[in-house]
Design a protein around this ligand. Sequence first.
Ligand code: ZN
Ligand code: FE
Length: 258
Amino acid sequence: MPVSELDIAVIPLLKDNYGYLLHDPDSGTTAAVDPSEAQPMLDAAAARGWKISHVLNTHHHNDHCGGNLGIKQATGATVVGPAYDRDRIPGIDIAVDEEAGFDLARHHARVLFIPGHTSGHIAFHFAGSNAVFCGDTLFSIGCGRMFEGTPQQMWSSLCKLRALPDQTWIYCGHEYTEANCRFAVTIDPENRDLAEFAAAVKHARAQGEKTIPSNLGIEKFCNPFLRADQPGLLEKFGGKGRDPVAAFAAIRRAKDSF
Ligand code: ZN
Ligand code: FE
């Protein structure tokens, strides 16, 4: 029997977080990804007739796993998180790494180790559903702050995500796209794809629409943090050595004080 694609629901949480529900229609298996809080995730699942069986965490920040224990208590769900950070993930049952990956029913997720925002950050890539859950590492037109990592680590992590197929949908941790666009156009003012995308985002947000998921193929053309090694930005920010890591670091620094 062929494997159906996962049904994916985007659940707004807190001020600007997104949690996600992944539902396998064949088995009924349902995962809550990065639940900031338990109740809205439980309600969203119930409204769809789904029962949460798993929690998947990309990293240990409270706005991504604050709902772990509440969901576990209410449903008995199995909590899955980064092996590197097993001590910082509340209620963790299964610690995953790149080698093992993770199977949600018959849906295989490749686990990508993508440190930089935190030292144990991971992403779950469900190739069969063209979906990657990347927490606070890659945002639409942006990337996360480097709380526990170096520019070299963060750049390598972003390159790992960039290497996924163009048709991949980016399910990230926050709705930051509009603010990210305001910054990105100052870094890459000649980029017409970006200007067009920024205008579309502004319009969508004015209508109250979500901008997530975002398409990786488009991000490659528009997101300055994925373009630090492209000729224009490399010349502008990469210094004499035209070093992609230096260019990335300079763009990230500029964003920190934007
Ligand atoms: Zn975070
Ligand atoms: Fe976050």
